[in-house]
Each structure stands twice: as C-alpha cells, then as structure tokens.
Write a protein that binds this ligand. Structure first.
Ligand SMILES: [Zn+2]
Length: 368
C-alpha cells in the first residue's frame, strides 16, 4: 500500500517537474511548457512555443526545415539535426529534433540555454523562463458583410428577378462556414437575416468586434445585359468611369433608404475624413487581398476578369482594418444570374475566396 502511495507521489512530482514555467514581465499570468521524455532525453513539442510565446510555426517538408517566428524574429530548425539558423549564424543544442506522430519535438536544453541567449525578450533565471508578454497580431477575426437587406433589395436580376440581398446572404453564410472550417478564425456577419443595416453600422460592427479583415459581398448590375464578370474593389477615390458607376450603385442606399442628402452629408462628415485616414493605413493590405481574391475567383470560375479596382465606397470607409468589396457577378446578365443562385457556383466562389484569404493570412501572420 505504502509503495503505491510513494509511486503516486513520485509520478505526481515527476509531472510537476516535467514542465518549464514561463512568467511574463509585468503580469501575473504564467504558462507552462510541457516536457516529455523521448529516447531518455527531455523534449518539448514545438507547438508549446505557440502557447507560451504566440510563436508561429510552419514546416517545409521538402527542405526538412521547421520555421518558428517568435517576437518578430525567425528561427530555422533543421529537422533530424541539432542545429538551427538564426540571423545568418548557426546554433547547436544537445540532441536531435525528433519527429513523432506528425509532431516535432525539440530538446529541452534548447529552451533553457539557446533560446534565452538569442531572443532578447526571453531570459532564464535558473528556475523559470521570464518573457515579455507576447502580442498576438495574427488574423483571428473576419467580418463578412452581406450587402443590402430588408427594404433595400440591392440589384434585381433581369431575367429571373432574383434579389442581390438574398444571393449575397447565402454566399456569406457559406463563406463563414468554409473560413471557420479551414482557417483558425472566427467569422461574424453584419446581418444573418433579411434586415436593413445602414452602411455606417456595418463598419461600426467590424470595428467594435476588432475584425482583422472586412469583406463586403455584392452582386453587380448594369444597364447593358451583356456586361458580365467579377471585380474586386478596395477603397480610394474612384479612378475609372466604370468604377464610379459601381460606386454610385453601392452608395445609392444612402440616398434611397438612409435619409437622402442629409444622410450623405453625415457620411461626408469630418469623422469620415478621419476614418478615411484609418483605412489609408490598410490600403496596401487591402490591395494585396483584392489581388489574391481576383486571381483565385477568375482561375476557379473562368468568369470574365474585370480586374481589381479602386472606388470610394461608403461601406468601406471607416473600417479600421483591411477592407474589400467583392462584386461576384452581374445579376443583370442572364447566365450569371442563373449561376449565382446555384449551390455549386456559390461553393465555387466561396472556395476561391477562402483560398485567397488563406494565402493572405499565411503571409501576413508570418510577418508579425
Ligand atoms: Zn450591392
């Protein structure tokens, strides 16, 4: 009996000691890095670095490399070796990196000796690791904005009289599912049902929820029923006549449903000049997202490529994050209207958008 109690105590103690404690400067919070024994040596799963330091981990299977981005620095581990590259220098630790059950394990001695010697934000005090509180700037939340809704039907199909507001809500819901399933993100919709939401409320919602990306989903319309194709917009003073026409179409809601000239004046207030400046900070990122979206949408749907454009949409102004507006096809074009209401085509659009966002996120997160 005593033996078993002793054994239990031993196991308990072993488990306590089998973790490295991380404390954060100026914070009561702490974290533990679990240590496991492999080949009679102490190791930790590389993903523990994500938990403790918000490190971003990726692997290059072909080159047998493991990338760890931590405190804006990049460590490159050579898998199956005891070496790592850091700022053009080679560092060595004791014991090779072990790959087991699809996970990578790094020797504990790296954690207590090499890591604190190369990353200024981390130190080892002989007992615990003391670190600066890591900032998590990764893309975690996306707001999808299904255009129009309620009393504002948006554009109306010429041949089948479908409403833009219904098509974009269906696509937005599919997109939410896909993004949440395939990326580690939370997705919020500015409307989940057929109701009217003012343009200002849409970005307000995205700002209040600390969204990292804002995607406004629309279908296009044109007097000429031959016009078709996909285009993606990001914010700026409209450049071409075509872009101005789409801008007028999407901004029209303010005249028709939000109180006419008075409301337009509201959108042109000083607040919005300031908000424009906020969006300016994200122009480069908005442009990059737009390019990726357009590339994937066109290559996947074989739709007519109308390109990436700039326009001054009220709905994008005031977003404190990269923001783009997608025109996924012309509801006034007979064939495109038919396609836009089918599950198959909607899934095609959603898959393309998801691929583009995934690509952007992978690149963006790595730069953080
Ligand atoms: Zn629209």
């Amino acid at each position: 009996m005593k033996f078993w109690i002793m054994l239990l105590v031993l196991i308990f103690c072993w488990q306590i000691s089998a973790a490295v404690i991380v404390e954060y400067n100026g914070s009561l919070a702490s974290e533990t890095i679990e240590i496991v024994s492999l080949q009679e040596m102490d190791y930790f799963n590389v993903f523990e670095l994500d938990k403790a330091f918000r490190a971003l981990i990726s692997e290059d299977i072909l080159d047998r490399r493991l990338y760890v981005n931590i405190y804006q620095k990049q460590l490159v581990f050579l898998i199956d070796s005891s070496y790592l590259l850091f700022e053009n220098e080679i560092y060595q630790f004791t014991g090779d990196i072990v790959q087991k059950d699809g996970k990578y394990f790094i020797p504990k001695n790296f954690l207590l000796t090499v890591l604190p010697s190369i990353i200024a934000e981390i130190e080892f005090n002989g007992e615990k690791l003391i670190a600066e509180t890591p900032v998590d700037n990764r893309i975690k939340r996306i707001v999808i904005d299904p255009g129009h809704g309620g009393k504002d039907p948006g554009a109306i199909g010429k041949s089948r009289k479908n409403f833009e507001k219904n098509i974009v809500l269906q696509i937005s819901k599919r997109l939410k599912n896909k993004l949440e399933n395939e990326l580690d993100v939370e997705v919020l919709l500015t409307r989940e049902e057929d109701k009217f939401v003012s343009l200002q409320e849409r970005t307000k919602f995205a700002n209040a929820n600390d969204a990292d990306i804002f995607l406004s989903i629309h279908c296009n319309a044109h007097r000429n029923s031959q016009v078709n194709g996909i285009e993606v917009f990001y914010l700026s003073a409209a450049k071409t006549d075509d872009a101005r026409a789409v801008e007028a179409l999407e901004n029209q809601v303010v005249y028709e449903y939000e109180g006419g000239e008075e409301a337009v004046k509201k959108y042109n207030d000083l607040d919005f000049i300031l908000a424009d400046m906020a969006q300016n900070e994200h122009l480069e990122e908005s442009y990059q997202i737009s390019e990726k979206l357009q590339d994937h949408l066109i290559s996947n749907t074989k739709s007519n490529d109308r390109g990436v454009k700039q326009a001054n949409f009220f709905v994008l102004r005031g977003a404190f994050m990269p923001a783009v507006l997608l025109e996924l096809g012309f509801i006034t074009h007979k064939k495109e209207e038919q396609l836009l209401v089918t599950t198959e085509y909607q899934e095609k659009l959603v898959t393309s958008i998801c691929k583009a966002i995934k690509e952007f996120k992978n690149k963006y997160d790595r730069m953080q």
